[in-house]
Ligand binder design. Sequence first.
Ligand SMILES: C[S@@+](CC[C@H](N)C(=O)[O-])C[C@H]1O[C@@H](n2cnc3c(N)ncnc32)[C@H](O)[C@@H]1O
Length: 352
Amino acid sequence: MPDQLTKLAYQTIQQGKGLFGLAHKEVSTRLMGLLVPDAAPRTVPVEPEMLERLRSGMAALTELDWQEAERGLYPASLLFDAPWLDWAARYPLVWLDMPSTWMRRQDRNVRDLPRDVEPQAYPDYYLQNFHHQTDGYLSDHSAALYDLQVEILFNGTADPMRRRVLAPLLRGLGSFAGRPASAIRVLDVATGTGRTLRQIRGALPKAQLVGLDLSSAYLRQANRWLSQLPGELPQLVQGNAEAMPFIDGGFEAITCVFLFHELPSEARQNVLDQCFRLLVPGGTLVLADSVQLADSPQFEVAMENFRRVFHEPYYPDYIRDDIDQRLVSAGFEAVTASSHFMTRVWSARKPR
Ligand SMILES: C[S@@+](CC[C@H](N)C(=O)[O-])C[C@H]1O[C@@H](n2cnc3c(N)ncnc32)[C@H](O)[C@@H]1O
């Protein structure tokens, strides 16, 4: 049973990560303004009230994360799970990579991808430098830096936000309680470097887990991270979430984290239709992505600044999209949603 000392350690680490993320962003933004002023985004000033709301949202997220571990939804060790040595070794690379990011910003160049990429292998919307990231999602270099960059971007809250899919996932799988744990199949769509699968493994030690992503470079990184878990043999598949290479009804549950804001609206619906097809009747879909204007109007300025700072071409449309309605259109029922700091989590069931 986790104790108060462990809780204090977790809170302290989260505060440390938060301060580190803020300091990194402050220094790098000032440096960009100094060295490449044309690259500096024009952000909307953030009022002290919103900063306070962000701070308390972050504290509430940490508290809920702790409580769910304490309730036994997942082991408390997951709260401390991070490749620290690896991140320390890669941190200088984040700085070395920054000037090329600034140049892309300055030149408004969002199609700067590796030469060996075969464009016909990907949907057009994917062939961009999301977040002005070097090589987009299409190189081992990009995959090596991604987790650390996300960690800094979200001030250390990326995994606590990903873990918000675990409670609805476990609740949804309750309807298959009669089946052996090893017969439960869970697919993580757009698994990236596998951080969500790592969280799910903590909550479902025996389930069959599969990850799908369009980027083979990100899947290679996922393979490296996940293989570190004792006994894990990662099942990772390269493919488009709009046309997934799996049989109908092959999964009891599907998760999908931080994909939808990077898809055009039609692709969002296609992915939901696919998830519906892949679930067994009674199966559960759990989605997590950015909060939206309708549920979190108090964070409108933060959403606006996110769009201005990072190349996120579909974000303005996403934050106005009616995901509940899309889930219903795909055929889902029992749609519920809740917001945790900057993440909205939807869960929905395929009718029996
Ligand atoms: C913002 S990252 C999120 C990754 C991961 N779920 C996480 O929590 O870190 C978006 C991921 O979606 C993948 N992706 C984007 N469009 C896709 C598509 N149509 N099919 C499959 N994967 C896609 C990208 O390759 C990338 O790994």
